[in-house]
Design a protein around this ligand. Sequence first.
Ligand code: CTP
Ligand code: MG
Length: 166
Amino acid sequence: MGVVEILGAAIWFILPAYVANATPVVFGGGRPIDGGRKFSDGRSVFGPGKTIRGFLVGLIAGSVFGVIQGLATGNCTLGAVGFLLSLGALVGDLFGSFVKRRLNVPRGGAAPVLDQLGFAIFAIILASPLTFPGWAVTATVLIITIPIHLATNLGGYLLKLKDRPY
Ligand code: CTP
Ligand code: MG
């Protein structure tokens, strides 16, 4: 595979996780997953930025995107892969917030690398029983996800969907 093919394969592979990660910003909100409960250190488990609606909307949107990829290519497993990538992205995002709260980073505070890559790493791991795109594509996903995440978050801020540019 040449560079362009690897780049294309990386974006195509990880797109359901991007969809799952981005849709809660627009359609999330409401009751937090942790129900406002505190962890043993007295701080939120995940915090108010992780909501039940956001989780479900992200899971459904990412999975539907995977099904569309499956229909577009005739490869039906892409629907199941999309579901696992989405579930991984959302669980990874929750894990990131859990770690941030333990480090006393407030909701919306920046955690470089964790914010940009946590969701993608979890997505790849959860999808791995069904599909592994190879190390070159995996490494490419991780490299491109950092600038793409930063750029889409800046875009969301400029569109007034988010109140922080990262
Ligand atoms: N969101 C949601 N439910 C989720 C994930 C995200 O409702 N499961 C929404 C919230 O409105 C959140 C926004 O998407 O504020 C942006 O997500 P993210 O940047 O991951 O959350 P933060 O608010 O930055 O919180 P944290 O510091 O915990 O990452
Ligand atoms: Mg954030």
